[in-house]
Write a protein that binds this ligand. Structure first.
Ligand code: PMP
Length: 419
């Protein structure tokens, strides 16, 4: 343990966790009289002051509607909103800003693709391939599209180590496969799927791939061109940005050929009662007044993360995960789920013998520790693991080894109570 601490101390000189913590006001509070240890980052992340300020500044100075006004405030709001799009483009290395569609979050992004691209392509007997890890928001939208078109879902199993079974995946792709939709990083286990390889396998058969990046973007650098993803979806609120804003990246030629998702203002170029011409990308998919402050807040979050550096974040979180794994391994009766550390990001998912995860959640809350207990919107995966629920401690770069010590000690006490 001392060695780990020493290694961590060495990292601390490169990664100043105390300095980044100062940027997050919500971290500095007591919960039930104990210092808050916020370990529920896979559910949502806390926001740095830079994001809070960007939103306050927008509403204090620049608030107006976008793309329509001829007045200065509208020009400023439009400039802020489009700057946000360009910031996202650079963040995921999309070729063009028009490939970045602002949506409410990952859920809406996947529904958009399922309802437009999916419905357009699916017919009777066709298949959509998913993995056993998927979040409900990457299952149900496809189920709905498949039901309507008499198509079906095909689910690639998971190995005992909590990873996608690659050979079965390759075998599951057939002449009937119209779409593959896969999670990048599993929210329930932390598994990092080898998406570049999985996409290449699908592309050999000409099958397009959507990647659910909700849990990836805050932990690993993402380059949509390098991955060759056809669609990539993520939520602002899991990336230290506001709720209610997210991103759908799509290759321009695919987005061009898709029908609109929602209809209304801003998504048209001309309307008569006989015929409507749709706007160019990305506006064709942004009907109605968008979440302008949300996009500006998301851009501030991305700029913040880029200042800290995703490579440094990934390295630091890996050490935290390593440390946390060792500490939890020492708790009697505790079972950790998921793959080996080198193929995992930021998540410690576990059960404790004879104690229900919800009881653990309640007791930890009394100790000031925020975790998630439940099925994590992955009921099929839980069934595969043979459990109803797990406890999930999920990390961000502002977490510390001390918080993991706090977690392990509290779990030790839970264990004593339920012996
Ligand atoms: N996919 C994954 C892997 C997730 O973790 C989540 C959020 N828990 C979602 C999709 C849905 O994201 P949102 O609720 O922000 O739309």
């Amino acid at each position: 343990m001392i060695g780990v601490r020493a290694a961590h101390a060495a990292t601390d000189t490169r990664f100043d966790v105390d300095a980044v913590r100062k940027d997050f006001p919500a971290l500095h509070q007591e919960v039930h009289g104990k210092p808050l240890a916020y370990l529920d980052n896979a559910a949502t992340t806390q926001k740095p002051q830079a994001v809070i300020d960007a939103i306050v500044n927008f509403y204090s100075r620049d608030n107006a509607n976008v793309h329509r006004g001829v007045h200065l405030l509208s020009e400023r709001a439009t400039a802020g909103y489009e700057h946000a799009r360009e910031t996202v483009r650079r963040f995921v290395n999309a070729r063009e800003a028009r490939e970045i569609v602002f949506v409410r979050g990952t859920t809406e992004a996947i529904n958009l693709v399922a309802q437009t691209f999916g419905r357009q392509r699916l017919g009777e007997g066709d298949e959509v391939v998913l993995s056993a890890f998927e979040h409900h928001s990457n299952i149900v939208p496809w189920q709905i599209a498949c039901d309507e078109k008499r198509a079906r879902l095909r689910v690639v199993p998971m190995t005992g180590a909590g990873e996608i079974a690659i050979e079965e995946y390759a075998r599951s792709l057939t002449d009937r496969t119209r779409m593959v939709s896969l999670v990048h990083v599993s929210n329930a286990l932390g598994t990092i799927n080898p998406v570049r390889r999985l996409i290449a396998i699908a592309h050999e058969r000409g099958i397009p791939v959507l990647v659910d990046g909700a849990q990836a973007v805050a932990h690993v650098p993402v380059d949509v061109q390098q991955l060759d993803a056809d669609f990539y979806a993520f939520s602002g609120h899991k990336l230290f940005g506001p709720t209610g804003i997210g991103v759908l990246y799509g290759k321009a030629n695919l987005l061009e050929a898709m029908p609109p998702y929602q209809a209304g203002g801003d998504m048209i170029s001309s309307v008569t009662f006989e015929r409507t011409l749709y706007n160019t990308l990305p506006y064709k998919f942004e009907a109605g007044t968008p979440n302008i402050a949300g996009a500006i807040g998301l851009a501030a979050a991305i700029e913040y993360v880029q200042r800290v550096g995703l490579d440094r974040i990934a390295a630091y979180e890996h050490e935290l995960l390593d440390y946390g794994t060792r500490r939890l391994d020492d708790v009697p009766g505790l079972r950790l789920y998921g793959p080996p550390l080198d193929r995992k990001a930021a998540i410690l998912s576990f059960t404790l013998a004879n104690v229900h995860p919800h009881d653990i959640g309640t007791i930890l809350d009394q100790e000031g520790i925020a975790i998630r207990a439940g099925h994590h919107c992955c009921q099929p995966l839980m069934r595969r693991l043979g459990v109803d629920a797990t406890v999930r401690a999920s990390l961000a770069f502002y977490n510390t080894v001390d918080e993991l010590d706090q977690l392990a000690s509290a779990l030790g006490r839970v264990r004593e109570v339920f012996r």
